[in-house]
Design a protein around this ligand. Structure first.
Ligand code: RIB
Ligand code: CA
Length: 314
């Protein structure tokens, strides 16, 4: 399954848990897509902080986009956060700006349902735990066939990060993830850790961002200084994977990726595998090919697009 490779400017709802990489994904979406709204979820940090962080980013970028707060906890399991990666605020590093923007509502699920019912060809781009998307699908199954597709950052066709097998977004709310993967979306694109680890940031990118001499570039560089240092402290990796922007680029620049159709299920009960995406690589498995799994990205081209996009902010 492939596109003709040219860039697209889709209508999107970004569902996120900012989060350093979520912030960069919003930066890309703000220029490369028509953002119909931003919805927030508990994930990297508690909901009040991920929502505040989404407001900080939209105000800093002068994005005229409403932020709607969503689920403050997973469907069933206890809330878990990722302060070790994103700090206590969820957006540690830059000086925390004052925000004047207010959240548009506390009902992200209603916003998602209404927006999809009132607009054709909307892409849902969830880059945090899938709680809001699962709740929307449960309340309004009709949205499954109405959306153009769902492009997630989550899961892995390889190793996990929170555990040996599970990636944070799906591990944090495995039941929500299972509902989304089993919902029957006509296009479900998965940027898993096997992919996002090919899209790493380094000191060169940080200095390129600073050289843009605009607020967005400086903010991104300040975010990455913290994110890269924090990642290198915890792992032996030199580059820190830039996860969430991959979910935006998979929709706007599909030609950067290699997609393979796979049957993917989410484990919800496993002692060692809770939240794991079980990707059937056999090729003759019985399940439906419900997911387009991303296996490679052209990192250099993707980073050029990132720099170009951030430089477009005045
Ligand atoms: O596992 C990486 C994912 O978890 C990213 O979306 C990051 O922002 C966190 O939400
Ligand atoms: Ca995220």
């Amino acid at each position: 399954w492939s596109w003709n490779g040219e860039a697209m400017t889709p209508k999107v709802i970004v569902d996120c848990d900012p989060g350093h990489d979520d912030a960069i994904a919003i930066m890309l979406a703000g220029r490369l897509t028509e953002v119909l709204g931003i919805t927030t979820v508990s994930g990297n940090a508690p909901l009040n902080l991920t929502t505040e962080n989404a407001l900080i980013v939209t105000e800093l970028l002068n994005l005229d986009v409403a932020v709607h707060a969503g689920a403050d906890r997973p469907l069933l399991v206890a809330p878990r956060h990722a302060a070790e990666a994103h700090g206590q605020t969820g957006l540690d590093g830059p000086v925390r700006p004052e925000i004047t923007l207010e959240v548009a509502s506390n009902d992200a699920v209603a916003f998602i349902i209404e927006t999809v019912r009132n607009n054709d060809d909307v892409w849902l781009v969830p880059i945090g735990p899938l709680t809001n998307i699962a709740l929307a699908v449960r309340q309004a199954p009709d949205i499954v066939d109405r959306v153009a597709g769902v492009s997630i950052m989550g899961g892995s066709a390889g190793a996990g990060n929170v555990t040996a097998t599970a990636e944070f977004n799906l591990w944090a709310d495995p039941h929500a993830a299972s509902i989304v993967f089993d919902a029957g979306f006509k296009k479900l694109l998965m940027a898993g850790l096997n992919l996002t680890h090919q899209f790493g940031i380094d000191e060169q990118l940080i200095s390129d961002l600073r050289a843009l001499r605009n607020r967005a570039g400086t903010f991104a560089a300040d975010l990455f200084d913290f994110y890269l240092a924090s990642y290198q402290k915890r792992t032996h990796g030199q580059r820190a994977p830039l996860h969430d922007p991959c979910a935006i680029l998979a929709v706007t620049h599909p030609g950067l990726f290699r997609f393979e159709s796979r049957n993917v299920r989410v484990e919800t009960e496993g002692t060692h595998t809770r939240g794991m995406t079980v990707v059937d690589e056999r090729g003759w498995g019985e399940g439906p090919l419900n997911c387009e799994v991303e296996y490679s990205i052209d990192r250099d081209q993707g980073m050029r697009i990132l720099l170009e996009t951030v430089s477009a902010y005045t």
